[in-house]
Ligand binder design. Structure first.
Ligand code: ATP
Ligand code: MG
Length: 795
């Protein structure tokens, strides 16, 4: 091995090394959580490049999130002196978007097509219902959204769906209407990105053959969660699909596929994922290399035994082993709370302690089964002044004010985008009434055109008002042409009146802040396609090949150019505008909240979105019957097994410390529930667990009392159960009795901007950790972090 190879391979165990250095043939790595699958995949790319077996342009890698794609790009560019820009690394949706932008004409889309996220899609469907008077009780829009998504995942256009009954016939009809509407507006939903790019490949031989020749190595992470269409797409690119020209003797399929996955972590069956793709892959690609990785590098054996024992209750498994070379590590801590509120308060206490002992906040994750659970936790963190960041849920780009701003930006790119048109036309209010818009929609329907095109056919005051709005957009488009992305965003925020609107709103301060954050997001935005373009000039030739003198690059065959977007039979050179790239990014962003990236904050997310990630400390909350396993999945065995896999994913995110908690009562969807603790507790090895709930907690079901009265009881409990926190501490923090610097005393009256006047009841901690329990007559008892909360003494 040449020295650079050793450098790449030295951080691998022998099984991993064998996987990384496999010959260029199809392979499947089937291995449990934390066994280094993702590391192997990344290193394999680096090794292939390093040894000159492939050029950056010949690599296609599919990751589960955009965040993972970025990490991979960063890792690769730090490992190797190559320009990684030519590589196609991203999520399925991201890659399909890139593909469709390059081939928009063949795809029958406007170049500036916009992407509908889930919310947009639903409002688009609802708009359709209004227009055609569709009964939304018989065909609930959400259900229709699932139906459409399901069809697309199976590769089915409306005319391909098998119609067996009247209900399906009607649904297919709505599906068709929806398709027509999207096409007219130049928008695509997530499912469409995938299906459309699949169809372009299927129906255009030169394009398909081009990409088949180009992508020598196709690597897919989290393969267990691919759906039918995604698998078909991979097959097509690898050159063995049913529509490939495999029967043409001159065609030589060159794509070499490495699939990496874990059947026990398949958690998207409800959305069409097919674990069976693994078996199909092995059969259809005649996979010779099946590699197992059996060493877990992430966690100690208490955590790992818990995961292994739990998952052993599933019957449908391919069977794998997982061991760890690390010792037992800390026990898995189990906590029973009296209420969801108390559960959150307890977590806050633990987090404080962890942070005091030196743990970084971003290394602490709180996982929950359903998004609705996050609110109570967020409130507790907020009141405690602990920075946190929520993944998923209402993501940055899904907030109303951000969507309003994006609607304007999208209209700059594509005036035919009716969803954006309707969002922006009367917001901020400009006196354009519902009736006018209905009239406009009638005109548009009658002439089969977009709303903006229909304006000229609308007379009177309504026509004039809407016309003025559109003229404003046109002016803005002209003014901003050639501007830097962040300047465009800034200009649009001003010109649209959004900033003024929210500034005038008493509750609008947060929204203004978010809008300003959008400018920052635009400022720091780098699309994956442009990754590294501006980075310190790596020596590359014009085709993006590395020009370093490594043994690898000397072996490269530079006579075969691999351009970034070489498109046969199409005029090339048309690249996406930065604004268009930014808008795609906003729609595709899967939970990575760019606005707060880098901040040291506690990480909150659903178990689903934690897949592939790892943290030093993980809290899994609300482990109760009905919640986890979820009530919708408890009744059938498949559903229950998927819940158990979810629990397996959750447990295996933890590196050092794992907390499991459940609560006797919980407010959910406006009701108090009394859920028994989850059956999953019975499936964990008792020896790995440590129950940290005090026998007599001394606090009542209304959590306020907990935070009010029991800091004592709690500390007592900690002493009693002897939890070893010192593991994380560089030096254990002694409990200081220094004089408080904040000058507050119990009994003092204070004023808080949000909660008004209150009385200090208890004070705790010093310095940054100082906090006060304050009784606000209007808002109840709160614990406030004094380093954050702004309190003024009231004389
Ligand atoms: P998941 O199933 O959760 O996606 P995975 O199999 O992809 O997990 P990785 O995320 O690649 O596992 O690796 C888990 C952790 O172990 C990472 O922190 C990684 O850096 C580390 N790791 C992987 N291989 C090794 C190794 N040979 N030596 C030391 N650490 C390793
Ligand atoms: Mg992984």
């Amino acid at each position: 091995q040449s020295p650079p190879d050793d450098l790449l391979l030295q951080h691998l165990n022998p099984e991993q090394r064998a996987a990384v250095t496999l010959p260029a043939e199809h392979a499947l790595i089937l291995a449990g959580a934390g066994s280094g699958k993702t590391r192997v995949l990344t290193t394999r790319i680096a090794w292939l490049l390093q040894t000159g077996q492939v050029t950056p342009g010949g690599v296609l890698a599919v990751t589960f999130t955009n965040k993972a794609a970025k990490e991979m790009m960063t890792r690769l560019s730090s490992m190797l002196p190559v320009n990684v820009r030519g590589m196609w690394i991203g999520t399925f949706h991201g890659l399909c978007n890139r593909f469709l932008r390059a081939h928009f004409k063949l795809a029958n889309l406007p170049q500036s097509f916009q992407i509908l996220d889930t919310q947009d899609q639903l409002s688009s469907i609802k708009r359709l219902y209004k227009q055609f008077g569709i009964d939304d009780e018989r065909f609930p829009p959400k259900q229709m959204q699932w139906f459409i998504g399901g069809c697309k995942e199976d590769g089915l256009r409306p005319n391909m769906v098998e119609v067996r009954d009247e209900e399906t016939r009607k649904k297919v009809e709505i599906y068709q209407l929806y398709e027509d509407q999207c096409q007219r507006e130049g928008v695509v939903d997530f499912g469409e990105l995938m299906l459309r790019s699949y169809e372009v490949l299927r129906d255009n031989d030169p394009i398909r053959e081009h990409y088949q020749r180009r992508f020598r190595h196709i690597l897919i992470d989290e393969f267990q969660d691919t759906n039918k269409l995604q698998y078909a797409w991979i097959k097509m690119l690898a050159g063995t699909g049913a529509h490939s020209t495999a029967d043409d003797a001159s065609f030589n399929p060159t794509g070499c596929v490495l699939a990496v996955g874990d059947d026990d972590q398949s958690i998207y069956a409800f959305r069409g994922a097919r674990v069976g793709n693994m078996a199909d892959f092995v059969r259809e690609f005649k996979v010779k290399h099946q590699i197992k990785l059996e060493e877990n590098f992430r966690s100690g054996s208490n955590i790992l035994d818990s995961a292994n024992e739990l998952i052993s209750y599933n019957t449908k498994r391919l069977g794998k082993n997982l061991r760890t070379a690390q010792g037992p590590g800390e026990p898995v801590r189990v906590f029973e709370a009296t209420s969801d509120f108390a559960e959150a308060q307890w977590m806050v206490e633990e987090m404080r302690q962890l942070v005091r002992e030196g743990m970084e906040r971003k290394e602490v994750a709180v996982l929950y089964r359903s998004n609705a659970q996050s609110r109570v936790i967020e409130t507790a963190l907020f009141n405690a002044g602990i920075p946190y960041k929520v993944y998923g849920g209402l993501r940055f780009f899904e907030r109303a004010e951000i969507k309003n701003a994006l609607a304007y930006l999208r209209l700059l790119e594509n005036p035919r985008d009716d969803t954006s048109f309707l969002r922006a036309v009367n917001f901020p209010p400009r006196g354009i009434g519902l009736r006018s818009l209905e009239q406009l929609q009638d005109v548009a329907r009658a002439s089969g055109c977009s709303l903006s095109d229909a304006v000229s056919g609308l007379g009177g005051k309504a026509g004039a008002n809407i016309g003025a709005f559109l003229a404003g957009i046109d002016v803005l488009r002209e003014q901003t042409s050639g501007m830097k992305l962040s300047e465009i965003v800034e200009r649009v925020l001003e010109h649209s009146g959004l900033i003024q609107h929210y500034k005038a709103d008493r509750e609008g301060a947060d929204r203004v802040e978010n809008l300003e954050e959008l400018v920052n997001a635009a400022e720091s935005f780098v699309s994956l396609e442009n990754f590294g373009r501006d980075a310190a000039a790596l020596p590359v030739d014009e085709q993006g090949h590395a020009l370093t003198q490594s043994p690898a690059s000397q072996g490269l065959d530079l006579s075969q150019p691999v351009l970034d977007e070489p498109v046969p039979d199409l005029e090339t050179g048309e690249t996406q505008s930065p604004l268009a790239a930014f808008l795609s990014h906003a729609a595709l962003e899967a939970g990575d909240n760019q606005a707060q990236a880098g901040q040291d904050a506690i990480q909150l997310m659903t178990v689903h979105s934690s897949k592939g990630l790892e943290f030093d400390c993980v809290f899994i909350t609300g482990i109760e019957e009905g919640l986890f396993p979820h009530e919708n999945s408890m009744s059938d065995r498949d559903g229950l097994e998927e819940e158990r896999r979810l629990m397996y994913v959750a447990i295996t995110r933890a590196r050092k410390r794992l907390y499991l908690s459940h609560s006797q009562t919980r407010m959910l969807h406006g009701q108090t529930r009394y859920n028994p603790k989850s059956r999953f507790f019975d499936e964990l090895p008792e020896a790995a667990l440590k129950w940290i709930t005090p026998k007599h907690q001394g606090f009542r079901a209304d959590g306020a009392t907990y935070s009010g009265a029991n800091s004592q009881g709690y500390t007592g409990a900690r002493g009693q159960f002897d939890i070893n926190y010192s593991k994380f501490a560089a030096a254990p923090a002694p409990i200081q009795k220094a004089a408080p610097a904040h000058g507050l005393r119990a009994g003092m009256k204070v004023f808080h901007a949000k909660f008004g006047e209150g009385t200090v009841q208890t004070l705790e901690g010093t310095g940054d950790d100082a906090r006060a329990q304050i009784n606000f007559p209007r808002h109840g008892v709160k614990w406030l972090a004094l380093s954050v909360a702004k309190l003024t003494p009231v004389p």
